[in-house]
Design a protein around this ligand. Sequence first.
Ligand code: GLY
Length: 367
Amino acid sequence: MIERMKHIVPVSTSSRAYEVHVGRGILDEAGRLIRDAAGGNIAAVISDSNVAPLYANRVQVSLKDAGYRTTLLTFPAGERHKRLSTLETLLEGLAEAELSRDDVVVALGGGVTGDMAGLAAALYLRGIQVAQIPTSLLAMVDSSVGGKTAVDLQAGKNLAGAFLQPCVVVADVECLHTLNHDLFTDSCGEVIKHGVLADERLFEELCSRPMNSPDRDDAEIARIVARNVEIKRDVVNADERERGLRQTLNLGHTLGHAIESAHGYAWGHGTSVAVGLCCVARAAESLGWSQLGTARSIESICAAHGLPTFTDLDPCTIMDYAVHDKKRHDQTVNLIVPIRIGKVEIRKVTLDELAKIVRIGCGKAAS
Ligand code: GLY
């Protein structure tokens, strides 16, 4: 089969419709795509200290060719800089560059940059447009689509934010060539999540040839990224504000976030989600909620990607972190449970039930 090099996924949420362009070498089209989607005179590119030296110049040339005046605002790379203090510096930068309500912020980078630049755009002048140019796999398949933006607080990750859908997303899979293999593998946790959530065929393809196989070419990667975007698109089109269906995107996250925090963020987000997914799948199967073999299949695909399936953390420690999850509703949690590959359900569980799930799914006895 000859693979297409370019995919356009239309998104249509209640607040805005836009396109996600996925392809190889499309960074140079960013200016034209942003001009068509957003208009305006000034494009402020926001990027971090790792990504800006690699791609900011190319994106700025493309924006200038499309008739924009550009400015580049950079901040130090890393989750620990996803803070209100960095956001304030970025907002001052937008004001200094004299962006008006007609102008556009361009988020160039991974998940942290997309979050920071998106929130800066949501706040500046009470909201201007943002275009997302994700350069990491995690940002391409997840965070650049759907309009969630946030910074972290002392009390936890992503606790202060806003919804702002982008005007366009431009995902050039060539940018993944500069992503280190461990980060690429970490992001595969979210790709596996999408397969478990909604696409048995994708899941099976990735079981037999993992996303991070060295022989996957750009066209295949672009197709898989676009399929992931479609899966997420179908969810956010139906439920932009996470009142219902969008909660299913938290598959693996209730325990994954707890595991990520309990490891002091030494494990990446996708890795933690993969383990969280394995834990909830083992517990669900042992409680008779899911089809037999589901947990084994999920463990196998994670292992095939080189992702862990267990954590050595004590279940009580995981539970301590899980009860502080921002998505807890008083004494209950909406847990996303894989019923079989390609199908999940939302189960409201009490904290006592969650403690049992953690014991069964994460405890050593489970092995
Ligand atoms: N990353 C989950 C969501 O966007 O809802």
